[in-house]
Ligand binder design. Structure first.
Ligand code: CP
Ligand code: NVA
Length: 322
């Protein structure tokens, strides 16, 4: 499939990006196609202006490097601007209702990207606001990261359908969004997590059923090598996510054998690539040898956050233009 020249099957009608569950396969392809085109335009110095005169509010209740920079730089490259709002500075952090915040911001800005804890807070912003809401990570999902990941896999492999992605580690927001996103586009996903840390069974059941519809498979297992066998893409994430700092020591024990290392590379496909959403802990979920080795494409992946997030903003806030 030539994703750069993807022909949409239907008009893009999504108002928000709360979870990739809501977006169709066609809509995800449209976004990836936009991201690839915007990347090429940026590299060749072509001006983009679809966000001209528009402002994105970025609310952060958790730390960020990639998400903040990609949205802020991306909005500016599209001719618009972005506003960084830490919850420790705005009234939301002092208890102002999310419904009021949504209505106030809807009068002043053209879209909200939020990184927070509860998915229900995003849903409340979407319910009470009248502008697009973008999930910049919650405890449940990280859809923006997965769009950049799919873009990176496509660039490296030239295809998406029929590939196998192995995820080793915590059944967290990344595991959820990867199995949802991959199952939409026909990639097989195998997740290896210790008991007690497997992905939420509700999302697993959803992804398993969705994969069947798209001719792929989602499987959950306990053995990292079983997940990595014949994989085209190896993926991992931190053992303790933001908000779980207090569990770090317990998690270190639970996840000690859940590491992407040379043994995983040995059973995966010879030309497999290694992805990590970052930030990473070398020596914990991945060895330095792998993350800094020949299979790793983590910095191309991180760069693609910029292009993928521009694709999202162009579709949701820029009427699908450039
Ligand atoms: N991967 C990712 O979302 O990175 P940040 O936490 O730096 O935004
Ligand atoms: N699972 C990690 C992802 C960071 C991008 C976290 O939520 O902290």
């Amino acid at each position: 499939m030539d994703l750069m020249n993807y022909q949409a099957k239907a008009p893009f009608t999504q108002k928000h990006l709360l979870t990739l569950q809501d977006w169709s396969e066609d809509e995800i392809y449209q976004c990836l196609s936009h991201a690839l085109k915007l990347k090429a335009m940026q590299k060749s110095g072509q001006k983009q202006s679809c966000l001209s005169g528009k402002t994105l509010a970025m609310i952060f209740a958790k730390s960020s490097t990639r998400t903040r920079v990609s949205f802020e730089v991306g909005a500016s490259q599209l001719g618009g601007s972005a506003l960084f709002l830490s919850t420790s500075d705005i009234q939301l952090g002092r208890g102002e209702p999310i419904s009021d915040t949504a209505q106030v911001l809807s009068r002043m800005v053209d879209g909200i990207m939020i990184r927070t804890f509860k998915q229900s807070d995003l849903e409340a912003l979407a319910k009470y606001g009248s502008i697009p809401i973008i999930n910049g990570l919650t405890d449940e999902f990280h859809p923006c990261q997965v769009l950049a990941d799919l873009m990176t896999i496509y660039e490296k492999k030239g295809t998406l359908k029929g590939l196998k992605l192995a995820f080793v580690g915590d059944g967290n927001n990344m595991a959820h969004s990867l199995m949802i996103g991959c199952s939409k586009l026909g990639l097989d996903v195998s997740i290896a997590s210790p008991d007690g840390y497997k992905p939420n069974p509700v999302y697993t059941a959803w992804a398993v059923a969705n994969a069947e519809k798209h001719g792929s498979k989602v499987t959950i297992c306990t053995d990292p090598l079983e997940a990595c066998k014949d994989a085209d893409v190896l993926y991992t994430d931190v053992w303790a996510s933001m908000g779980q700092e207090g569990e770090a020591e317990v998690r270190k024990q639970a996840f000690s054998s859940y590491q992407i290392n040379a043994d995983c590379l040995a059973v995966a496909k010879k030309d497999c690539i290694f992805l990590h959403c970052l930030p990473a802990h070398r020596g914990e979920e991945v060895t330095s040898e792998v993350i800094d080795g020949a299979h790793s494409v983590i910095f191309d992946e991180a760069e693609n956050r910029l292009h993928a997030q521009k694709g999202v903003m162009a579709l949701l806030m820029g009427n699908g233009g450039f």
